[in-house]
Design a protein around this ligand. Sequence first.
Ligand code: SF4
Ligand code: SF4
Length: 146
Amino acid sequence: MKFKTHRKCGDCTACCDGRLSTTIFGYKSVGRPCHYLKEGEGCSIYKHRPKDPCKVFECGWLKDKHFKYPEFLKPNISGLLLMDWKKTKSGIPYIIAVANKNQKYNNDAVFWLLNYCNDNDLNIEFILQGVKYYIGSKEFKKYFKK
Ligand code: SF4
Ligand code: SF4
């Protein structure tokens, strides 16, 4: 039997805080929160937010329908925004886990992901405090060593 999750963003705003490169109604946000994000309140134009990326973006945790990622990996709990699957230009698949430079992330979540990727032979890129770490196969690490 397949179990389905019904995950919701709720009060999470991790994908609006500058970790994604977005331009919303002419306002660019790379490394800083979206112009329309109000601290403690969320999106100030929620009803009128654009379709792409606001309505269509789903982080790895949200779109995980089969409990691959536990609840504590929700971005506003773990501090890590997950994006899967990404591919290098040469076709190597990998997960990205990115923390907000100005917020703490949960070390247990990092260790959980390390174990998960190790157990399943997966590649992962961590971006923690602006520093990138590549963990996985030799070919994956070599690709980013250039
Ligand atoms: S990071 Fe994921 S859970 Fe959080 S608001 Fe964005 S899509 Fe929703
Ligand atoms: S417009 Fe709203 S939903 Fe879209 S990125 Fe900005 S704060 Fe997030």
